[in-house]
Design a protein. Structure first.
Length: 482
């Protein structure tokens, strides 16, 4: 499989043409360059490129618009788009027009040479790729380099059915990315079904995912379609997959391997025509090492990883995101607010443990509650201090974020039932469910030191010991000891 070939580079910037030509020549390619669409058309006939590298804005036209014409005369030609308009739309428009890859400017020459040899290898191995659906309103904000990387990967996976694993801290936009992949792909007209593995009691996971027959277990009064069935033809988003109990992991792996499932209590195999996108904020390789996640399932779902940066890692996006959330709040009928430069500066110095969700909540709160139209650094500072709130509002992160964290999890748990009610006996079950991770996390934070963990929890050491035995938690590691 040859990874060198004839490459046509189109860019109106002479310096870029020279640098790219030299880099590609050094990598063994034969290179011609063009400075305009007209020159590109001419060379296209005489030079017969095997890869086209093109800029978007050219003096006599748009590099994206011309791609279909090039592909019509040379089907399967890989086109690599270079663009300084680093938005999600450009990446998607490029893919929609049939481009093979998209590199935001300024780009790294190493990345370009790799993209060119990938393109030649892919061309040798297969034919042209499918096209994607229409580009609509964009859900993803941010132009920072790590987000560019995310857009590039999304653009490459929308048109196919590859399993995607979205990784990133809580609130970084994992579900939004999953939705974008669904919405811009060929399954867009079919359902997108999200299921949060952390929000379902472990004994209900299988029937939740695969459905159950009438009478399959006590309380199963009628047949219920599971999430796999609800997502038929569309996309199933398995959120917090790192929280899936082992038995359910085994069942899921079998379904993914066989491409079909049976309902709980049923015997008929049902074909699973779903695209799987999984997400987690957990470190799966570590869970594997701890024996809490199946390695074979990991390889099955980690076909294309998309790693979302934390908000701290993309500080340059904070101003744009903050303004976007204020605009959205205004569109929802809340008073219109503006941020001054000092406010943006202050936002950029915050650590954002809750990532984009935290920023979104803060902006909505400020839109609803701050008195003045212009938001200053001072107003933001008060929010972070948990100090005087605008018009007596509660702090954004009450009790060091604990109240918000608990409320968030419970809200999502309730939301996962849609219009239905969660099973009865909730009070005791919630307390029991919180107790285990609370003890485990405290022990882990205290590095297994029970005295420190007990102090952290504010209970006495004997009580902690008793609870660890009761819940069968390994006192050294904090893991379940069975
Ligand atoms: N790039 C972005 N542009 C605009 N909004 C965003 C972006 N990223 C995240 N958001 C918003 O931030 C909120 C949190 O995003 P989302 O629920 O997708 O995060 P998550 O990583 O799935 O969180 P969790 O791990 O807690 O489930 C959502 O309201 C989402 O719309």
């Amino acid at each position: 499989m040859s990874t060198t070939g004839r490459v046509l580079v189109v860019d109106d910037d002479g310096a870029i043409r020279t640098v790219v030509r030299e880099a590609l020549r050094r990598a063994g390619h034969i290179v011609e360059t063009a400075a305009s669409v007209a020159e590109q058309r001419r060379l296209f006939q005489s030079f017969e490129p095997e890869v086209l590298v093109t800029d978007v804005v050219l003096p006599d036209g748009n590099g994206l618009d011309i791609i279909p014409e090039m592909l019509a005369s040379k089907p399967g030609l890989p086109v690599i788009v270079l663009s300084a308009q680093n938005t999600f739309t450009t990446a998607l428009r490029a893919t929609e027009q049939g481009a093979f890859d998209y590199l935001p400017k300024p780009f790294d020459l190493g990345a370009l040479t790799r993209a060119v040899s990938d393109a030649l290898a892919a061309r040798a191995a297969s034919g042209a790729s499918d096209s994607v659906g229409p580009v609509e309103e964009l859900p993803l904000i941010g132009r920072s380099p790590p987000m560019q990387e995310v857009y590039r990967t999304i653009a490459r996976v929308v048109a196919n059915d590859l399993t995607v694993l979205v990784l990133g801290e809580s609130g970084t936009g994992k579900e939004l990315v999953a939705r974008a992949i669904h919405d811009f792909g060929p399954r867009a007209a079919a359902p997108f079904v999200a299921v949060n593995m952390a929000a379902i009691p472990r004994e209900l996971i299988e029937s939740e995912l695969f459905g159950h027959e009438r009478g399959a277990f006590t309380g199963a009064a009628s047949r219920n379609a599971g999430r796999f069935e609800q997502a038929q033809g569309g996309t199933l988003f398995l959120d917090e997959i790192g929280d899936m109990p082992m038995e359910a992991q085994t069942r899921l792996l079998r379904v993914l391997q066989a491409g079909e499932f049976t309902t709980v209590g049923g015997s008929r195999a049902i074909r699973a025509d779903v695209r799987i996108i999984a997400a987690t904020h957990k470190d799966l390789p570590r869970l594997i090492a701890d024996g809490a996640f199946r390695e074979d399932l990991y390889y099955r779902i980690n076909v294309v990883p998309i790693r979302l940066p934390s908000l701290r890692q993309r500080g340059e996006d904070i101003g744009e995101l903050a303004r976007y959330f204020l605009d959205r709040a205004a569109a929802d009928g809340l008073p219109r607010k503006l941020l001054d430069a000092g406010a943006v500066d202050r936002l950029m110095r915050h650590a954002w443990p809750g990532n984009v969700r935290e920023l979104e909540n803060l902006m909505r709160r400020l839109a609803a509650l701050s008195r003045d139209e212009l938001i200053t650094a001072n107003v933001i500072e008060q929010q972070f201090d948990g100090g005087p709130q605008p018009d007596g509002a509660p702090p954004v992160m009450g009790a060091g974020g604990l109240a918000e964290a608990v409320e968030m999890h419970l809200t999502r748990y309730f939301a996962s039932f849609g219009r239905d009610l969660p099973p009865d006996g909730l009070y005791d079950r919630v307390l029991a469910e919180f107790e285990r991770p609370l003890l485990q996390l405290s022990l882990a934070a205290a590095r297994g030191n029970q005295l420190r963990a007990a102090r952290l929890l504010g209970i006495n050491r004997n009580t902690l010991r008793k609870k660890l035995t009761e819940l069968q938690i390994d006192a050294g590691t904090g893991r379940r000891s069975d």
